[in-house]
Design a protein around this ligand. Structure first.
Ligand code: AMP
Ligand code: FE
Ligand code: FE
Ligand code: ZN
Length: 280
């Protein structure tokens, strides 16, 4: 049976694999299709495009856009986007600038509470990576300021911790519009980790097209509820591992095997013209 993983990060954002390493690993597992969905950048996906001809696999254009939904961080996945769309590229660039400024503010906060390091050290450590909290967490481990990334999130950089700062990202509404006008499908990333039933009506009204139903942290009950919600609202179903290579406690690629029929449904919907989901 053919299967896919539609949520993978590379070292161009906060993953630890290069695009080539992602492709090698995915091929080894036996995926027929994958999407590289880095936070606010297409670099990893573009690099993989140049290599995909050497693999017996399909690379679906993808991105994970950081947005603000009711002033909280909210991730929107975009699939089958035109990766040359200028408005989309401009928005991703804007988000990356916001990430940078936000990280400067977070480092100031961490310095204020007594952690001694310079922003330039973090920048040098991150290299081509995106300025994300997972990158910062690994840096804090390397500096021996914390014992683990988990520790870093718990003590310093989790949403309720002292060192946390929100980025000034584009709104969820804008991200959905950008993805759709770039010919893509806008999907609510890892919805099970948020308050789905409370937010779904608003997201449908903003034009969301799908839900990431299959995700390593979703329980069977969550998958069941999310599938039901997808059916009720006429939303597409996607799934992926959110693999960050060795950046998270374990390599997640392979933990979600999305049956290829769901990929077919995504493709057919882009050809047929996306239908609006049914509102509440
Ligand atoms: P950011 O986009 O900079 O706010 O960072 C969010 C990213 O950090 C997520 O996409 C995950 O990759 C990672 N992340 C968030 N919370 C945790 C956590 N508790 N443990 C490990 N990684 C996390
Ligand atoms: Fe991430
Ligand atoms: Fe995410
Ligand atoms: Zn992700």
């Amino acid at each position: 049976m053919k299967f896919a993983d539609l949520h993978i990060h590379t070292h161009w954002s906060d993953g630890f694999y290069s695009p080539k390493e992602v492709l090698d690993e995915a091929q080894k597992i036996g995926f027929s299709a994958i999407a590289i969905t880095d936070h606010d950048t297409l670099q990893g996906s573009d690099e993989a495009d140049l290599l995909i001809g050497n693999y017996n696999m399909e690379l679906i254009p993808g991105v994970e856009i950081t947005t603000l939904f009711d002033q909280e961080e909210f991730h929107v996945l975009g699939y089958f986007i035109d990766k040359k769309n200028q408005e989309l590229l401009a928005a991703l660039h804007y988000n990356r600038q916001q990430r940078h400024q936000r990280m400067v503010r977070m480092v100031e906060k961490l310095n204020d509470i007594g952690l001694k390091f310079e922003f330039s050290e973090l920048e040098a450590y991150v290299g081509k990576g995106g300025m994300g909290r997972l990158n910062l967490a690994h840096f804090l481990v390397k500096k021996k300021i914390v014992n683990s990334t988990r520790d870093a999130f718990e003590k310093y950089i989790g949403q309720t911790s002292e060192g946390y700062e929100k980025g000034g990202y584009i709104s969820t509404e804008e991200a959905i519009k950008l993805i759709r006008s770039a010919g893509g499908i806008a999907v609510w990333a890892h919805p099970g980790l948020a308050d789905v039933e409370k937010k779904i009506c608003k997201l449908v009204s903003l034009g969301i097209n799908g839900l990431e139903v299959f995700y390593p942290k979703h329980s069977e009950t969550q998958v069941f509820i999310l599938k039901k919600l997808s059916d009720e609202h006429g939303l597409l179903v996607t799934g992926g591992s959110d693999c960050h290579g060795k950046g998270k406690s374990r390599v997640l690629m392979g933990e979600v095997r999305l049956p290829y029929d769901y990929v077919k449904a995504l493709k057919e919907s882009t050809k047929a013209g996306l239908k609006a989901a049914s509102a509440c």
